[in-house]
Design a protein around this ligand. Sequence first.
Ligand SMILES: Cc1cc2nc3c(=O)[nH]c(=O)nc-3n(C[C@H](O)[C@H](O)[C@H](O)COP(=O)(O)OP(=O)(O)OC[C@H]3O[C@@H](n4cnc5c(N)ncnc54)[C@H](O)[C@@H]3O)c2cc1C
Length: 452
Amino acid sequence: MSAVQLKNTGRYRIRPPAQPAEISASNIKTVLQTMDRDANIALPIRPQGAGTAATGCNESNSGTVLRLSGLDRIIKIDKLNNTVTAQAGVRLYALAEALAEQGLELIGSHEMTGRTLGGAIAAPCLGANIGNASGSFSSEVISLKLVTGAGKPMTVHADQKNLMRAMRSSYGLLGVIVEATIRVQDIMTFTVSHRRLDTEAFCDVVDTLSNSDVGFRFCLMPYRNRVYLDLRRYAATTGNTYSAPWKIKDWGESTVLPHICKTLNRLLPLQSVRYRLIDSVSEVTQGIVNSRFVRNGTNASSGTRSHTTSSARRVHYSTWCFPATGFSFVVRAFQDFCHQTFERSGYRCDLPVVGYRICKDTSALLSPSFDEPMIVLQAASTQQQGWEDFVIDLADFAEHWAGTPIFSQTRSLRADYAKTVYADRLDFFRRIRRQLDPEDRLLTPFMAQYFQ
Ligand SMILES: Cc1cc2nc3c(=O)[nH]c(=O)nc-3n(C[C@H](O)[C@H](O)[C@H](O)COP(=O)(O)OP(=O)(O)OC[C@H]3O[C@@H](n4cnc5c(N)ncnc54)[C@H](O)[C@@H]3O)c2cc1C
């Protein structure tokens, strides 16, 4: 007897899923009132920025979701000291645009600029690093204002090292960030060169690249045995860094390609024809749009991807980080994993897998590259049916290859595995959490799996 028949008998009542209350803060007073322990607010409270994380870290089935994207004021750009102070809900693209007018840019190459400043500090915000500087967004934070889980306003400065380390990538578990001051830099130009390789040729060079200071980002197409590789170096002179080519690239990768994939998935039932077409469109996007147009850039021009969170929501993704040392073995194994999973389950991702190197970063307690440089690997697809099973298989694969998860971007993460990977750092974080949120007001059941 099917579930629908059971429902129709009237003997069983299926309870609709519980809905959280929602509060949108457009000023700090609302945050203080929401976090007040004496206020009549449904618990737990979950802070939310732009809502682009891939896991349940920014939502809750019950309690209250506190939306912060209305806190969107840029307070001060200090050209003399190269800093910017802004409220937590400011989108990174708005910040980048305001900085560019003053000849400044955010440090590091950060895609998905539709995210908020608070979200980029409270969750890892990673991009292809050039050189050996840390490159994570939150490492540039100089000071933070927040309201703790216990409802107290608090300011944390970079010289309070342990506390600041815990605040960066704290996933909204210590408090609600309302304002931050971060370091920025004069706009610097980098050159981009492109390579089209088969996977084996990529494996031959990736370990050498990982040990050099060249920034790189790649798109892996496992079913075509193909890798499109971008190499980034800082330029000695300022060249033409028009943002138009990056906008075309952004539009191609994050809007046109997912849209075409969705349409072809709907219109073409025959898998072999459908995937051949989808892969051809991906190759054209990578080959023509990137290689022909994008030659150089700046952090301000290159971070245009996915301005809107609605375009981001069209795509499902799950991210794992792997040690940069010996990554070539992971690539080969990953390509085999994709083929085997497709053969067994009939499911495959329709978008290319994106990867890039990040440097060792000890500025955040829960940094995924705390111990060593890592390669970030992001599997993405527009197809919902079969995705949840795929990410379980992907998690098995990643565990086998010593993958490090990210609580905001890794789907189907087993709590035991996360505890093994983050081990002592997680214990230390929990101790700080118990001080700043002793009544677990910010702890949803999803977060409790890892952080209680
Ligand atoms: C298509 C796509 C591609 C992506 N590519 C990348 C990528 O290349 N690199 C990368 O690093 N990420 C990437 N992401 C992930 C995502 O953009 C990041 O996780 C982002 O940092 C989240 O920012 P947000 O404003 O959307 O925060 P949300 O998703 O709303 O929240 C993320 C976490 O931060 C907490 N939080 C948010 N605001 C606050 C606050 N003010 N105070 C306290 N806690 C807060 C939330 O509680 C939650 O735990 C991608 C996402 C998508 C959809």
